[in-house]
Design a protein around this ligand. Sequence first.
Ligand SMILES: Nc1ncnc2c1ncn2[C@@H]1O[C@H](COP(=O)(O)OP(=O)(O)O)[C@@H](O)[C@H]1O
Ligand SMILES: [Mg+2]
Length: 360
Amino acid sequence: MGDPESESEQIRLKCIRKDGFFTVPPEHRLGRCRSVKEFEKLNRIGEGTYGIVYRARDTQTDEIVALKKVRMDKEKDGVPISSLREITLLLRLRHPNIVELKEVVVGNHLESIFLVMGYCEQDLASLLENMPTPFSEAQVKCIVLQVLRGLQYLHQNFIIHRDLKVSNLLMTDKGCVKTADFGLARAYGIPVKPMTPKVVTLWYRAPELLLGTTTQTTSIDMWAMGCILAELLAHKPLLPGTSEIHQVDLIVQLLGTPSENIWPGFSRLPLVGQYSLRKQPYNNLKHKFPWLSEAGLRLLNFLFMYDPKKRATARDGLESSYFKEKPLPCEPELMPTFPHHRNKRAVPATSEAQGKRCKP
Ligand SMILES: Nc1ncnc2c1ncn2[C@@H]1O[C@H](COP(=O)(O)OP(=O)(O)O)[C@@H](O)[C@H]1O
Ligand SMILES: [Mg+2]
């Protein structure tokens, strides 16, 4: 096609309905995609596994947004059609607890694409790192309820997040928690294999994935939800495995050895033979959280059911009596904010950067 920016070169397409060709008008070449030139990059706010995220200003509307550059496979020619389909799906998602994907814009030379997202002040990973004291139980409940609402919405729309973890949970300074970075590994046709093993963490990985299941269901997100709930309560990661073998062993140490009895189909999972699981007859959750109420332990155990079919759904989680007993979940407005943390990310506390009020 030559230089894609060159206006002089005509793009001619074959007509589908009748014979012949037509010329694409220059202003329609990008379809309805705006160019990234319309955004002023303010500062880098994150570098994740697959892309760089900037805080940016939309020069057309003056709105502050997050701009995520999506790395594309160099060998592949443009964006795979399946990815475009999935981006289109993600663009239609609208929920207060899901990061808003506003639009997709193209790079200067059409070689890259950027996702334009609603801007959030913090992510829970850096928040946890910078907090002097752990979240109160009321605050944990407030966060977890919001994540569960977002998950319920995603799962109703047949989207599995696949990579839930604290760094993918964002919080506005109104205390509104939004799940981010969802379905991206799949959505952009980028290999699920991490580019650097350090970044993609094992800690939230469900046992069926570790044991090589090929059928991924929404329950893998629910396992991660359990790990996140426990991490928020304990103020440290629950299962910080350093290898897949170590991860499996940590799970077994905490929950006991799985068996065909409690998890039908377990012994036929592809990788079962590769592990020699330690014999551990006890569930140690209660020892790990001796101060947690019966309802709290019940919820954790429900999220940590070995059998994915028996594991709590987002809806089960939302209905848990843990959220109805004292201490009751706090209002999102009562979430702590940490101005010093914002400085670390070089994000000034401007009012324009504030998200919309968080609707429950
Ligand atoms: N909408 C956003 N608002 C503010 N910060 C964001 C936003 N999206 C991502 N970030 C920051 O960038 C980091 C990486 O973004 P993420 O979408 O998780 O990409 P990756 O797939 O590379 O992990 C996040 O952990 C968060 O700190
Ligand atoms: Mg991420």
